[in-house]
Write a protein that binds this ligand. Structure first.
Ligand SMILES: [Zn+2]
Length: 280
């Protein structure tokens, strides 16, 4: 019998290095409070943008972003960063979609198999991944959502993937989400500065969640320094001229201080009060 005490464990699956930063405060908080936190990137973000050509080339970007996410995780107090080993599929409609190594080209069976192996190995109580809209519809975000939903479903069934060891049931499965009100506030605040937010073209009827759909709000105000350092670590993505830095400090502080989640499994009872803790 295994007598080791089970440490509360949080596993996060994101599509690309940098997708973790908008929930970086949550990772930092649980790590600081003694939970085991594992960050898994489905891809190395090989076909992302390069903010400054001196930082990476198309050939080295995956390697550079692997180092960036390691530094970001370290800033958040997370030392366990893993990769599922697929390739960045790029934005919808780009040639990278057709690369046979890309995440979106992987068979559901292969992707779910790798995730079930991971869940049974790590034995997380809480799992978080992208929401069904993929945040902004990136094919790899959608693939994370689809495959992790399936993996959480079957990991607890000993008849499925018996080669990956004993079944493990994930207690709580969440989507990381952005509030529609957050996008609206960001647009307004940037407009007040005479700037574009970059969200002008977003159809907010499709992206972002209404406040009453959000089941769990984590207060990360004590971890904003760590979250900010995690942002800074992703130089190839957020380097150079970041227009959001022009917002007043108090606005940035307010907008970065809460992180939102929707509990997908078990489905919360209708009218249940909002939770402030992913484990409760
Ligand atoms: Zn991404």
């Amino acid at each position: 019998m295994d007598t080791r005490a089970h440490v509360p464990t949080l596993l996060v699956l994101v599509a690309h290095p940098d997708d973790e930063v908008m929930m970086g405060g949550t990772l930092a908080k649980y790590a600081a409070e003694g939970s085991r936190v594992i960050l898994v990137c489905a891809t190395r973000g090989e076909v992302g943008e390069i903010s400054d050509p001196s930082l990476a080339t198309a050939e080295t970007l995956g390697e550079v972003r692997e180092a960036e996410v390691g530094a970001a995780a370290a800033a958040l107090g997370v030392s366990d960063v893993r990769f599922l080993g697929f390739r960045d599929s790029g934005m919808a409609g780009t040639p990278a979609n057709d690369d046979p190594r890309s995440f979106t080209q992987a068979s559901a069976n292969e992707a779910v198999s790798r995730l079930v192996a991971l869940l049974r190995d790590v034995q997380p109580d809480v799992v978080i991944t992208h929401d069904p809209t993929g945040g902004y519809g990136h094919p790899d975000h959608l693939a994370c959502h689809r495959h992790m939903t399936q993996a959480v479903e079957v990991a607890g069934d000993p008849a499925q993937f018996p080669e990956h060891g004993p079944a493990w049931s994930v207690a709580r499965f969440y989507w990381m989400v952005m509030a529609r009100s957050w996008f609206l506030t960001m647009r307004e605040q940037m407009a007040a500065l005479g700037e574009e937010s970059g969200f002008e073209g977003f159809d907010l009827n499709r992206f972002g969640y209404d406040d009453d759909q959000i089941t769990t709000v984590i207060d990360v105000s004590a971890y904003l320094d760590a979250k900010n350092r995690a942002f800074e670590a992703h130089q190839t993505q957020f380097g150079g001229d970041n227009r959001f830095r022009r917002l007043p400090d108090d606005v940035i502080h307010r907008m970065m201080s809460t992180e939102n989640f929707v509990m997908a499994r078990p489905a919360p009872a209708p009218g249940a009060p909002r939770s402030a803790d992913l484990f409760l």
